[in-house]
Every structure is written in structure tokens, then in C-alpha cells.
Design a protein around this ligand. Structure first.
Ligand SMILES: [Cu+2]
Length: 115
């Protein structure tokens, strides 16, 4: 009986260790998002990015037409001049899910999952 209990205990410890490792594997450090808008389409299509709270987020946007980029929650709005790369940089210091969208073609370009 005792050896069986020991094995069960070891298995439980292993499972807990693995679960802990998974939940702490959120990418930490700066996040860079590169987006191109052409002919009213966003490339790559809206993607969700996991962001560790406190990380710097950089969003590089190039568009073939004038645009306005809005980072919801952080209330950052920036105009994009056609054909010019626009860089938005901020520190993600609030947890939650925030959409980044364009206000001319009304598309979501990214979702930030800050935790
Ligand atoms: Cu908006």
C-alpha cells in the first residue's frame, strides 16, 4: 500500500509542477506588432497577443490610405499618414482585453490580452 501512495503523491506533485509551469509561461518582455493595411484589408488578420502587465507594446502600422489607430482601454489614438510607417509605443500597465482598431475602415487589427 505504501509504495502505491508514494507513486500517487509523486504523480500529483509532477502534475502540479507542470500546471504551474504552463500558467507562468505567458510571454514576458516587449511585444511588437507589425500591421499593414492595403485596399481596406488588414494583414495579418486580427490576432490576439498575450502581454505581461508592465511590458512595452510597440505597434507598427503602414497603410496605403490615411487611418486613425485607436488602442481601446488605454485611449491612445494616432493618425496614420498614407504610405508612412506609424509607430505607437506604450507600457501595458492595465490588465484586461483591449482591442486595437482602425477608425476609417473600422477593422480590429489586434487584441491585447494583458495579464
Ligand atoms: Cu476605437
Amino acid at each position: 500500500m505504501r509504495p502505491v501512495r508514494r507513486i500517487v503523491t509523486l504523480l500529483l506533485v509532477a502534475v502540479l509542477a507542470l500546471t504551474g509551469a504552463c500558467s507562468s509561461s505567458t510571454a514576458s518582455g516587449p511585444v511588437t506588432i507589425d500591421v499593414t493595411i492595403a485596399n481596406g484589408k488588414v494583414t495579418p488578420p486580427a490576432t490576439t497577443y498575450d502581454v505581461s502587465v508592465g511590458s512595452t507594446v510597440t505597434i507598427n502600422v503602414t497603410s496605403d490610405a490615411a487611418e486613425t489607430i485607436h488602442v481601446h482601454g488605454y485611449e491612445i489614438e494616432k493618425d496614420v499618414v498614407a504610405g508612412t510607417k506609424t509607430v505607437i509605443t506604450f507600457v501595458a500597465d492595465k490588465t484586461g482585453r483591449y482591442e486595437v482598431e482602425t477608425h476609417v475602415i473600422e477593422a480590429t487589427i489586434a487584441t491585447l490580452n494583458v495579464r
